[in-house]
Design a protein. Structure first.
Length: 283
Protein backbone atom coordinates (compact mmCIF):
# COMPACT_ATOMS: atom_id res chain seq x y z
CA UNK A 1 0.00 0.00 0.00
CA UNK A 2 1.34 3.44 -0.92
CA UNK A 3 2.25 5.50 2.14
CA UNK A 4 2.51 9.28 1.91
CA UNK A 5 4.40 11.68 4.15
CA UNK A 6 2.00 14.22 5.67
CA UNK A 7 3.16 17.77 6.36
CA UNK A 8 1.97 18.92 9.79
CA UNK A 9 2.23 22.51 10.95
CA UNK A 10 0.95 24.00 14.23
CA UNK A 11 -2.03 26.32 14.10
CA UNK A 12 -1.31 30.04 14.02
CA UNK A 13 -0.29 31.18 17.51
CA UNK A 14 -0.23 27.61 18.83
CA UNK A 15 2.32 24.88 19.53
CA UNK A 16 0.09 22.14 18.12
CA UNK A 17 -2.60 21.60 15.50
CA UNK A 18 -6.33 20.91 15.85
CA UNK A 19 -8.43 19.71 12.92
CA UNK A 20 -12.23 19.45 13.07
CA UNK A 21 -13.76 17.58 10.15
CA UNK A 22 -17.47 17.14 9.51
CA UNK A 23 -17.86 15.56 6.10
CA UNK A 24 -19.52 12.79 4.13
CA UNK A 25 -17.09 9.83 3.95
CA UNK A 26 -17.15 9.75 0.15
CA UNK A 27 -15.84 13.35 0.05
CA UNK A 28 -12.87 12.70 2.33
CA UNK A 29 -9.42 11.37 1.35
CA UNK A 30 -8.35 8.31 3.36
CA UNK A 31 -4.74 8.07 2.14
CA UNK A 32 -2.42 5.83 4.18
CA UNK A 33 0.15 8.27 5.58
CA UNK A 34 2.68 8.98 8.31
CA UNK A 35 4.33 11.95 10.02
CA UNK A 36 6.80 12.51 12.90
CA UNK A 37 4.13 14.11 15.11
CA UNK A 38 1.98 12.35 17.70
CA UNK A 39 -1.73 12.30 16.88
CA UNK A 40 -4.97 11.97 18.84
CA UNK A 41 -7.91 10.94 16.65
CA UNK A 42 -11.45 11.15 17.99
CA UNK A 43 -14.39 9.96 15.87
CA UNK A 44 -17.77 11.01 17.23
CA UNK A 45 -20.38 8.29 16.87
CA UNK A 46 -20.95 5.82 14.10
CA UNK A 47 -18.88 2.89 12.95
CA UNK A 48 -16.01 2.51 10.53
CA UNK A 49 -12.62 0.94 9.95
CA UNK A 50 -9.33 1.89 11.56
CA UNK A 51 -5.97 1.08 9.98
CA UNK A 52 -2.91 1.70 12.20
CA UNK A 53 0.41 0.13 11.22
CA UNK A 54 -0.35 -3.52 10.45
CA UNK A 55 -3.55 -3.43 12.50
CA UNK A 56 -6.94 -3.28 10.76
CA UNK A 57 -10.22 -3.48 12.68
CA UNK A 58 -13.75 -2.11 12.92
CA UNK A 59 -14.98 0.29 15.60
CA UNK A 60 -18.51 1.06 16.75
CA UNK A 61 -19.99 4.06 18.53
CA UNK A 62 -17.05 6.30 17.67
CA UNK A 63 -13.36 5.89 18.31
CA UNK A 64 -10.48 7.42 20.28
CA UNK A 65 -6.91 6.54 19.30
CA UNK A 66 -3.45 7.93 20.13
CA UNK A 67 -0.92 7.33 17.34
CA UNK A 68 2.85 7.67 17.74
CA UNK A 69 5.38 9.23 15.33
CA UNK A 70 6.03 7.65 11.93
CA UNK A 71 3.37 5.00 12.53
CA UNK A 72 1.48 4.68 9.23
CA UNK A 73 -2.30 5.06 9.45
CA UNK A 74 -5.26 5.99 7.33
CA UNK A 75 -8.38 8.06 7.93
CA UNK A 76 -10.89 6.44 10.27
CA UNK A 77 -13.98 7.15 8.18
CA UNK A 78 -13.59 4.31 5.72
CA UNK A 79 -16.79 2.26 5.48
CA UNK A 80 -18.54 4.83 7.69
CA UNK A 81 -22.23 5.47 7.12
CA UNK A 82 -23.60 9.01 7.16
CA UNK A 83 -21.72 12.17 8.10
CA UNK A 84 -18.28 11.56 9.58
CA UNK A 85 -17.19 13.90 12.39
CA UNK A 86 -13.73 13.79 13.89
CA UNK A 87 -11.31 15.93 15.85
CA UNK A 88 -7.59 15.37 15.28
CA UNK A 89 -4.86 16.85 17.50
CA UNK A 90 -1.30 16.71 16.16
CA UNK A 91 1.67 17.63 18.35
CA UNK A 92 5.42 17.24 18.45
CA UNK A 93 7.11 15.48 21.34
CA UNK A 94 8.66 18.81 22.40
CA UNK A 95 5.53 20.95 21.90
CA UNK A 96 5.99 22.31 25.44
CA UNK A 97 9.78 22.62 25.17
CA UNK A 98 12.81 20.41 24.67
CA UNK A 99 12.87 19.12 28.27
CA UNK A 100 9.10 18.70 28.63
CA UNK A 101 9.05 14.91 28.90
CA UNK A 102 12.15 14.82 31.11
CA UNK A 103 10.37 16.57 33.97
CA UNK A 104 9.60 14.10 36.81
CA UNK A 105 5.95 15.20 36.83
CA UNK A 106 5.65 14.07 33.22
CA UNK A 107 6.70 10.44 33.77
CA UNK A 108 3.19 9.03 33.15
CA UNK A 109 2.82 11.14 29.99
CA UNK A 110 6.26 9.99 28.82
CA UNK A 111 5.08 6.41 29.26
CA UNK A 112 1.89 7.23 27.33
CA UNK A 113 3.97 8.61 24.47
CA UNK A 114 6.02 5.40 24.47
CA UNK A 115 2.86 3.26 24.26
CA UNK A 116 1.52 5.38 21.43
CA UNK A 117 4.25 4.09 19.12
CA UNK A 118 2.15 0.94 18.83
CA UNK A 119 -1.14 2.83 18.55
CA UNK A 120 -3.41 3.03 21.60
CA UNK A 121 -7.21 2.67 21.46
CA UNK A 122 -9.21 4.06 24.40
CA UNK A 123 -12.68 2.92 25.37
CA UNK A 124 -15.26 2.99 28.16
CA UNK A 125 -15.69 6.07 30.33
CA UNK A 126 -12.27 7.36 29.28
CA UNK A 127 -13.38 7.66 25.66
CA UNK A 128 -16.55 9.52 26.66
CA UNK A 129 -14.73 11.96 28.96
CA UNK A 130 -11.89 12.69 26.54
CA UNK A 131 -14.21 13.22 23.59
CA UNK A 132 -16.10 15.88 25.57
CA UNK A 133 -12.83 17.62 26.41
CA UNK A 134 -11.65 17.49 22.81
CA UNK A 135 -14.86 19.23 21.73
CA UNK A 136 -14.19 21.82 24.42
CA UNK A 137 -10.77 22.53 22.86
CA UNK A 138 -12.51 24.07 19.85
CA UNK A 139 -14.01 26.84 22.01
CA UNK A 140 -10.94 27.85 24.05
CA UNK A 141 -8.29 30.54 23.70
CA UNK A 142 -4.77 29.35 22.71
CA UNK A 143 -3.51 29.40 26.31
CA UNK A 144 -6.60 27.61 27.63
CA UNK A 145 -6.28 25.01 24.86
CA UNK A 146 -2.70 24.30 25.88
CA UNK A 147 -3.73 23.78 29.51
CA UNK A 148 -6.65 21.58 28.46
CA UNK A 149 -4.42 19.46 26.22
CA UNK A 150 -2.11 18.74 29.15
CA UNK A 151 -5.14 17.66 31.17
CA UNK A 152 -6.23 15.37 28.32
CA UNK A 153 -2.77 13.79 28.12
CA UNK A 154 -2.75 13.40 31.91
CA UNK A 155 -6.08 11.53 31.83
CA UNK A 156 -4.97 9.31 28.96
CA UNK A 157 -1.72 8.54 30.78
CA UNK A 158 -3.49 7.34 33.94
CA UNK A 159 -6.39 5.31 32.55
CA UNK A 160 -6.51 1.54 32.25
CA UNK A 161 -9.28 1.73 29.61
CA UNK A 162 -7.02 1.10 26.64
CA UNK A 163 -5.65 -1.56 24.34
CA UNK A 164 -2.61 -1.59 22.04
CA UNK A 165 -3.45 -1.86 18.36
CA UNK A 166 -0.20 -2.50 16.55
CA UNK A 167 1.52 -5.15 18.64
CA UNK A 168 4.12 -5.78 15.93
CA UNK A 169 5.40 -2.25 16.41
CA UNK A 170 5.66 -1.34 12.72
CA UNK A 171 6.90 2.17 12.09
CA UNK A 172 8.98 3.84 9.44
CA UNK A 173 12.57 4.19 10.59
CA UNK A 174 14.55 7.22 9.42
CA UNK A 175 18.26 7.29 10.25
CA UNK A 176 19.95 10.42 11.61
CA UNK A 177 21.69 11.26 8.32
CA UNK A 178 18.44 11.13 6.36
CA UNK A 179 16.61 13.03 9.09
CA UNK A 180 19.19 15.85 8.96
CA UNK A 181 19.01 15.99 5.17
CA UNK A 182 15.20 16.00 5.16
CA UNK A 183 15.16 18.73 7.79
CA UNK A 184 17.36 20.91 5.55
CA UNK A 185 15.02 20.31 2.61
CA UNK A 186 11.91 21.05 4.66
CA UNK A 187 13.48 24.21 6.08
CA UNK A 188 14.24 25.37 2.54
CA UNK A 189 10.64 24.69 1.49
CA UNK A 190 9.28 26.56 4.51
CA UNK A 191 11.40 29.61 3.71
CA UNK A 192 10.86 29.63 -0.07
CA UNK A 193 7.40 28.21 -0.86
CA UNK A 194 5.98 31.67 -1.65
CA UNK A 195 8.15 32.00 -4.75
CA UNK A 196 9.12 29.73 -7.66
CA UNK A 197 11.44 27.02 -6.35
CA UNK A 198 14.56 26.12 -8.35
CA UNK A 199 15.09 22.35 -8.24
CA UNK A 200 18.84 22.89 -8.70
CA UNK A 201 18.91 25.07 -5.60
CA UNK A 202 16.97 22.67 -3.39
CA UNK A 203 19.12 19.77 -4.63
CA UNK A 204 22.22 21.69 -3.55
CA UNK A 205 20.69 22.13 -0.09
CA UNK A 206 20.52 18.34 0.10
CA UNK A 207 24.12 18.09 -1.25
CA UNK A 208 22.91 16.03 -4.20
CA UNK A 209 22.84 16.35 -7.98
CA UNK A 210 19.36 16.96 -9.38
CA UNK A 211 18.73 13.39 -10.65
CA UNK A 212 19.99 11.91 -7.36
CA UNK A 213 17.90 14.38 -5.38
CA UNK A 214 14.71 13.51 -7.29
CA UNK A 215 15.31 9.80 -6.75
CA UNK A 216 16.19 10.28 -3.07
CA UNK A 217 13.19 12.49 -2.35
CA UNK A 218 10.74 10.10 -4.03
CA UNK A 219 12.23 7.19 -2.09
CA UNK A 220 11.99 8.97 1.28
CA UNK A 221 8.63 10.71 0.84
CA UNK A 222 6.89 8.39 -1.60
CA UNK A 223 5.94 11.36 -3.76
CA UNK A 224 7.79 13.64 -6.13
CA UNK A 225 9.20 16.97 -4.98
CA UNK A 226 6.66 18.78 -7.17
CA UNK A 227 3.79 16.88 -5.54
CA UNK A 228 5.26 17.63 -2.13
CA UNK A 229 5.50 21.35 -2.91
CA UNK A 230 1.90 21.40 -4.07
CA UNK A 231 0.79 19.63 -0.90
CA UNK A 232 2.73 22.07 1.26
CA UNK A 233 1.32 25.09 -0.57
CA UNK A 234 -2.23 23.76 -0.32
CA UNK A 235 -1.79 23.33 3.45
CA UNK A 236 -0.60 26.93 3.67
CA UNK A 237 -3.57 28.03 1.57
CA UNK A 238 -5.98 26.29 3.94
CA UNK A 239 -4.68 28.45 6.78
CA UNK A 240 -4.98 31.65 4.76
CA UNK A 241 -8.49 30.80 3.59
CA UNK A 242 -9.56 31.19 7.21
CA UNK A 243 -8.63 34.90 6.93
CA UNK A 244 -10.30 37.67 4.94
CA UNK A 245 -7.69 37.55 2.15
CA UNK A 246 -9.10 37.09 -1.35
CA UNK A 247 -8.67 33.68 -2.97
CA UNK A 248 -6.47 35.28 -5.61
CA UNK A 249 -4.20 36.77 -2.94
CA UNK A 250 -4.07 33.42 -1.13
CA UNK A 251 -3.06 31.75 -4.40
CA UNK A 252 -0.12 34.07 -5.05
CA UNK A 253 0.99 34.22 -1.40
CA UNK A 254 1.31 30.44 -1.46
CA UNK A 255 3.49 30.41 -4.56
CA UNK A 256 0.98 29.35 -7.20
CA UNK A 257 1.64 31.00 -10.53
CA UNK A 258 -2.00 31.54 -11.48
CA UNK A 259 -5.46 31.14 -9.99
CA UNK A 260 -6.56 28.40 -12.42
CA UNK A 261 -3.60 26.19 -11.46
CA UNK A 262 -4.24 26.90 -7.77
CA UNK A 263 -7.89 25.85 -8.08
CA UNK A 264 -6.94 22.65 -9.90
CA UNK A 265 -4.25 21.62 -7.40
CA UNK A 266 -6.37 22.56 -4.38
CA UNK A 267 -9.30 20.47 -5.61
CA UNK A 268 -7.02 17.52 -6.32
CA UNK A 269 -5.83 17.56 -2.69
CA UNK A 270 -9.02 18.56 -0.87
CA UNK A 271 -11.74 17.23 -3.17
CA UNK A 272 -13.32 20.68 -3.20
CA UNK A 273 -12.55 24.13 -4.54
CA UNK A 274 -10.98 26.88 -2.39
CA UNK A 275 -14.29 28.77 -2.34
CA UNK A 276 -16.24 25.73 -1.14
CA UNK A 277 -13.56 25.03 1.48
CA UNK A 278 -13.78 28.61 2.74
CA UNK A 279 -17.57 28.48 2.87
CA UNK A 280 -17.41 25.33 5.03
CA UNK A 281 -15.00 27.08 7.42
CA UNK A 282 -17.48 29.91 7.94
CA UNK A 283 -20.47 27.69 8.69
Amino acid sequence: MKTEYEIVQPDEGSSFRIIHNVVLPELFRWQYHYHPEYEIVSVFGGSGRRHVGTHVSQYDDGDLVFIGPNLPHSGFGQEAIGTHEEIVVQLKENFWGEQFLEMPEMTPIRQLFARSKQGVCFHGETKIKIQKRLKKLLTLSPFERLMELIQILHLLAHTQDYSLLNMEGLKLEINSKDEARLNRILKYVEENFQKPVDIQEVASVAHLAVPSFCHYFKKMMNLTFTDFMNQYRVNQACRLLATDKSITDVSFECGFGNIAYFNRVFKAHKNQSPSVYRKALLQ
